[in-house]
Design a protein around this ligand. Structure first.
Ligand SMILES: Cc1cc2nc3c(=O)[nH]c(=O)nc-3n(C[C@H](O)[C@H](O)[C@H](O)COP(=O)(O)O)c2cc1C
Length: 188
């Protein structure tokens, strides 16, 4: 039995996309993939006021959600956190009758200042899987399927790595829209 095609929503949150190298390249890759909806939060909400009803409708229309963002202070950018706080409401995303997101997949595509492999060593001390725990916990709280994360970054010669990052991201998104997105049971 071949899996049913899935609709995948990419929520991009980059505070300064005009200065971006990695996210800009990833975005270019995402545009190529059939069945993907791109939604640029900083572009949609330059004043920070989120249209909650529109965001909820958009979520309902998709099977998977990809959060794409540059890591800032070991976390997601502020507008994306604000999006969580505003959009994932009680009685809708969680709590009594809050089943809107149940069964949808959630995946993180993050970019970092240096090599993501360096996390967990050196100054940061924590792995990215550890740093993304609040996102994973939020997904699970809403009954979503946690699909894990991918991270893109390099200490040097970033431009030379961009095609590789773009190809990896494109393949992951294509797998999601094919319907073969497998929940991550243990990302410790
Ligand atoms: C305010 C701020 C905080 C940042 N904090 C981190 C961080 O905690 N960890 C990290 O790896 N990179 C950090 N960075 C670097 C960005 O993650 C990095 O420049 C970005 O992911 C590169 O992607 P881009 O080319 O799409 O901008 C930070 C950047 C800014 C502007």
């Amino acid at each position: 039995v071949s899996p049913t095609p899935s609709r995948t929503l990419v929520l991009l949150a980059h505070p300064r996309l005009s200065a971006s190298r990695i996210n800009a390249a990833l975005l270019g890759a995402a545009r190529d993939v059939e069945g993907i909806t791109l939604h640029d939060l900083y572009h949609a909400y330059p004043d920070g006021f989120i249209d909650v009803a529109a965001e909820q409708q958009r979520l309902l229309a998709h099977d998977n959600v990809v959060l794409q963002f540059p890591i800032q202070w070991y976390a997601m950018p502020a507008l994306l956190k604000h999006w969580f706080d505003e959009v994932l409401q009680a009685g809708w995303a969680y709590g009594q009758d809050g089943h809107a997101l149940r069964g949808k997949g959630l995946f993180v595509a993050a970019t970092s200042g240096g090599d993501p492999e360096g996390y967990g060593r050196h100054a940061a001390q924590f792995t990215l899987a550890e740093l993304f725990r609040p996102i994973e916990a939020s997904a699970r709280y809403c009954g979503m399927r946690w699909l894990g994360h991918a991270a893109y970054g390099a200490n040097e010669r970033i431009n030379a790595r961009l095609p590789e990052f773009a190809a990896d991201y494109r393949a992951r998104l294509a797998a999601f829209t094919r319907g073969d997105a497998h929940p991550e049971h243990d990302s410790r």
